[in-house]
Design a protein around this ligand. Structure first.
Ligand code: ADP
Ligand code: MG
Length: 802
């Protein structure tokens, strides 16, 4: 212990705290006297009087201590606590026993009255009252218990505490405070006992003790209930309580062994310097002044005057619980010092302290505590979870056991009373099931019957459908038959007409102009192919022209054929032609010719067109509607001689029109005509020859009128060789038309050269000599004789002509 070290090393016997501050034994006598005089200024009587008045105080220590304790409710605010002062008398030592053998002690103690009598002389004494009067026989234990123990208890409760010894050197201050009692335990002083009590009281986990050389500090944690701070938060919740930091109380115990208060000569100045002594005396003097000021309630307490007073600031006039033990010796030789010591004690008894608990929150400790709590909770939680799972497992296995039990019980139960009930139920169910089955079978029968009926019905429907189909087929057949009959009727009427016509065949053609009159045969195609006008007129009335024309576009090919025959027949009559063209018959015929591949339709349509082409108006209409091209195409494609005859006839009719000369050549009419000679049928050739003759006639007329210049278009298109070749054809119609054509060509000098080259001259000569028809023969002769070119050629050839 630091204090014990100090005690041994310091060698002056004063407590560590003081000596460590450099306070030494007082050696300056003058200074010491000053201190003593200041202390002695206390009136002993008045002090005695005041001291005699008992002060109320609570004593906790069982032995009855000198230090008062505060009531619990006043702890936080502080309570008044006077400095408690005990006086202890040292027994006479060996020296004194010898020296003062004959003299009585300077003091007489009355411990039961807590009084001390200080002798003035043999007959007079002053009486002083203290808080405790300890005789020379008082044990160290008792001294500790009455002087220090209440202070130590206060420190453990959080109050600051001071135990201070004051007295002349050698009076037992160190003996009282600092004896270690290593050999004799009962000799232990206050310091050791205080520490023992403190260490016994605290718990190492929560409390701590620190010791400094100057100041023996105790820090204690306390239970919330006991805390003055916790009282303020009395209604706090549980959580708040947990989170509330613990409260610590810091009590500071100061044990002070003051330097001697004796005169310097008596202290025996054991090698200490004067300066040190001065310093000690200054400190003691300052302490005395402070005590005086405090005792007299002076407004100014000079605590700053010395280190000692500063150190003891809390001990006197502060918040500490303070016990002062004043030690005195019995020797009458030191009566003066003893008196001043007693006076000091008396003054100190008047000093009031305001005791206060040093309490504060300990957050570090709270954190530690919470950590521990958290660990505990986690462990508890884990434990509970395990318990819970075990419980679940237990319940599950229990349940399974119960289920097995119930199942076996149930099996047993079935065998017993319940079985009859179940049997009854079963019988009922069986009956019900049977009834249901019967019902199902009857329903099934019904369904089967319905199905049969349905089947019968559907077969009936099928039959009816078949009948309907048959009927509709029959109807279609009948309709076809009607159509066939209708067309047959038409056919029959044509044939009848034709027969009649053939019978009445007579002169029908009427040649126009000089050359036309030479033709013995009509260019009317109708007379041979189709019926007469009267029967046609009748048909007209019966059927109607529009109806007949519409039949040209009928779907049925037969109907179309018959219709076109009827139209052709009608067109053969000049009186019908205008009406047919007006009704659109010509257009329809051209369309039919264009669209149909049927040989008969082509033939009959071409015939009808040929008949309609007899009138000049219709010729132009035919050409303007593209008829010339259409006829040329047909001429190129057709093989049937009768078709070719009709086409050639139509073109031949167009060749008789003066206005169409250029178009006939331009649109290939002449070429088509010449192309048809591939078919050597005389009827075709006759029509070709007629067309050439017609064309040559028109050309000749144009030459005469001066509207045509240059050689013949027939020659241009290469007609001349065929003309020359067939000029003497044995079929008279051909021969006649060609002879006429030659005559027309020969009338114009421009053709002469070509005609000579093509040996047409010889044919003209033959015609002029041999032609059976006088008019043609004369025309040829006239032409030959009028042509200079022919005449020149004849002369060149030395032919005598003329
Ligand atoms: P101080 O510290 O006041 O100078 P000490 O404590 O050193 O005095 O005591 C001086 C001497 O007196 C020591 O030898 C000590 O043992 C003795 N003494 C003091 N008080 C008593 C006592 N009450 N009983 C017996 N001896 C004592
Ligand atoms: Mg000492």
């Amino acid at each position: 212990m630091a204090s014990s070290n100090s005690h041994r090393n310091g060698g002056v016997g004063y407590t560590s705290s003081i000596t460590s501050n450099g306070t030494k034994v007082i050696t300056d006598r003058q200074q010491q006297q000053q201190l003593f005089s200041s202390l002695n200024s206390i009136n002993p009587k008045s002090s005695t009087t005041s001291s005699l008045k008992p002060k109320s105080s609570l004593r906790r220590s069982s032995t009855g201590s000198i230090a008062g304790s505060a009531t619990a409710k006043d702890e936080s605010r502080g309570v008044r606590g006077r400095v408690r002062v005990a006086v202890r008398l040292r027994p006479r030592n060996a020296e004194e026993a010898v020296a003062d053998a004959d003299m009585p002690d300077c003091v007489e103690l009355q411990p039961e009255l807590k009084r001390l009598k200080l002798r003035r002389n043999n007959w007079d004494s002053d009486t002083f009252e203290f808080d405790e009067v300890l005789t020379e026989f008082a044990s160290q234990k008792r001294v500790y218990e009455v002087v220090a123990k209440p202070v130590v208890e206060g420190v453990l409760d959080g109050y600051n505490g001071t135990v201070m010894a004051y007295g002349q050197t050698g009076t037992g201050k160190t003996y009282t405070l600092a004896r270690l009692g290593e050999e004799d335990k009962s000799a232990r002083g206050i310091m050791v006992r205080a520490l023992e009590d403190i260490l016994a009281e605290i718990s190492p986990e929560t409390d701590s003790v620190s010791i400094s050389y100057l100041q023996v500090n105790v820090k204690r944690s306390i239970k919330g209930k006991d805390s003055a701070l916790s009282v303020e938060n009395g209604n706090a919740s549980h959580a708040a309580k947990i989170l509330k930091p613990p409260i610590v109380r810091r009590g500071k115990l100061v044990i002070v062994d003051l330097a001697g208060s004796e005169r310097i000569d008596k202290s025996g100045s054991e090698g200490h310097t004067l300066e040190e002594a001065k310093s000690i005396n200054l400190s003691l003097s300052a302490l005395g002044k402070c005590i005086n000021a405090l005792a007299e309630n002076s407004p100014h307490v000079p605590v700053r005057d010395s280190k000692l007073t500063r150190l003891l600031r809390d001990s006197f006039g502060g918040t500490a619980r303070t016990s002062l033990i004043v030690t005195i010796g019995p020797s009458p030789q030191h009566r003066g010092e003893t008196a001043s010591t007693i006076m000091f004690g008396q003054r100190a008894m008047k000093v009031e302290n305001m005791l206060k608990i040093k309490e504060e929150f300990d957050y570090k400790s709270l954190s530690r505590r919470l950590d521990i709590q958290l660990d505990k909770l986690i462990a508890e939680n884990e434990r509970q979870q395990k318990t819970f799972q075990d419980e679940i497992q237990r319940i599950a296995s229990e349940a399974q056991k119960r289920i097995a039990e119930v199942e076996s019980n149930y099996a047993g139960a079935l065998e017993s009373t319940e079985i009859n009930e179940f049997k009854k139920l079963l019988q009922n169910e069986t009956l019900l099931r049977r009834a249901a089955e019967e019902e199902i079978s009857s329903l099934r029968n019904e369904v089967a019957q319905w199905k049969r009926l349905e089947a019968a019905k559907s077969s009936e429907i099928l039959k009816l459908r078949k009948l309907l189909e048959d009927e509709s087929q029959e109807k279609a057949k009948l309709e076809e038959e009607i159509a066939a009959l209708q067309s047959q009727l038409l056919q029959l009427s044509f044939e009848a007409d034709e027969t009649r016509r053939n019978l009445d065949k007579g002169e029908m053609a009427k040649l126009s102009g000089d050359l036309d009159s030479l033709l013995p045969q009509s260019n009317h195609q109708s007379s041979r192919d189709f019926g007469d006008g009267a029967s046609m007129a009748k048909l007209f009335e019966q059927v109607g022209l529009q109806k007949i024309l519409s039949l040209l576009e009928a779907d049925d090919a037969d109907v179309r054929i018959h219709a076109v025959k009827v139209v052709a027949n009608l067109a053969a009559e000049e009186s019908n032609q205008e009406r047919i063209v007006e009704a659109g018959g010509l257009t329809s015929l051209l369309m039919l010719l264009r669209s149909s591949d049927d040989e008969t339709i082509q033939r009959v349509a071409a015939g009808a067109i040929a008949n309609l082409a007899m009138s000049e108006t219709n010729q132009e209409l035919i050409v303007s509607q593209g008829g010339l091209e259409l006829l040329s195409t047909t001429a190129a494609n057709a093989n049937d001689p009768q078709t070719l005859r009709m086409v050639a006839g139509a073109i031949a009719n167009l060749c008789g029109n003066d206005k169409l000369q250029m178009k006939l050549r331009g649109e290939g009419g002449i070429k088509a005509l010449l192309g048809m000679v591939r078919c050597r049928h005389p009827d075709v050739l006759a029509q070709v020859a007629r067309g050439i003759a017609n064309f040559a006639k028109c050309e000749s007329r144009a030459f005469t009128q001066g509207t045509k210049m240059g050689r013949s278009l027939l020659i241009e298109d290469g007609a001349l060789p065929w003309i020359v070749q067939n000029a003497n054809n044995e079929a008279s119609p051909i021969r006649r038309h060609i002879e006429l054509a030659l005559c027309h060509l020969a009338q114009h000098e421009v053709n002469a050269k070509d005609m000579i080259t093509a040996r047409a001259l010889w044919e003209l000569v033959r015609i002029s000599r041999d032609c059976s028809r006088d008019d043609i023969r004369n025309l040829a002769y006239k032409t030959l004789t009028h042509s200079p070119a022919f005449q020149a050629e004849l002369r060149r050839l030395r032919i005598d002509y003329g």
